[in-house]
Design a protein around this ligand. Structure first.
Ligand SMILES: [Zn+2]
Length: 137
């Protein structure tokens, strides 16, 4: 059983340092899955990358960084993210708490994937747009 929790150290691949290095867990996706980690070496916060899978080449994928979102249409990105996402969509509610990678089902915008946590809001990628939603109220 894994005993990962936020604040613990874990070995993750760092895209900046291009090495498997010690990282501190920032956010857990669920009790067994690490969400975001902070590189102890360069201080970058990014999604946890299992060092064992870092060699998996994904050619056309330039979607995981914020910068590259401009070059890919939201619809395209949404399709990719939905394809990658696993698990069940949860109905969106202002009272629910979401983490990066969660699929939510929004009454107005339809299904979306949580891309980032920004203060008390979540950035959600919907088929037609990227939205900031409040959660955990
Ligand atoms: Zn680093």
């Amino acid at each position: 059983m894994s005993t990962f929790t936020a604040g613990k150290e874990v070995l993750s691949y760092c895209g900046k340092c291009k090495l498997a290095l010690g990282h501190t867990i920032v956010v857990m996706k669920d009790p067994q899955t690490i969400g975001k980690v902070k590189c102890n070496t360069c201080g970058a916060v990014h999604m946890y990358k299992d060092p064992a899978t870092k060699t998996k080449k994904v050619k056309s994928k330039t979607t995981s960084t914020r910068k590259s979102k401009k070059s890919v249409s939201v619809g395209q990105l949404w399709m990719e993210e939905m394809g990658k996402a696993s698990g069940k969509a949860e109905p969106y509610s202002i009272r629910s708490k979401f983490v990066v990678g969660d699929i939510i089902d929004h009454k107005k915008f339809g299904p979306g994937i949580v891309q980032a946590l920004i203060e008390d809001k979540i950035e959600v990628l919907f088929q037609h747009e990227l939205k900031l939603l409040v959660h955990g109220k």
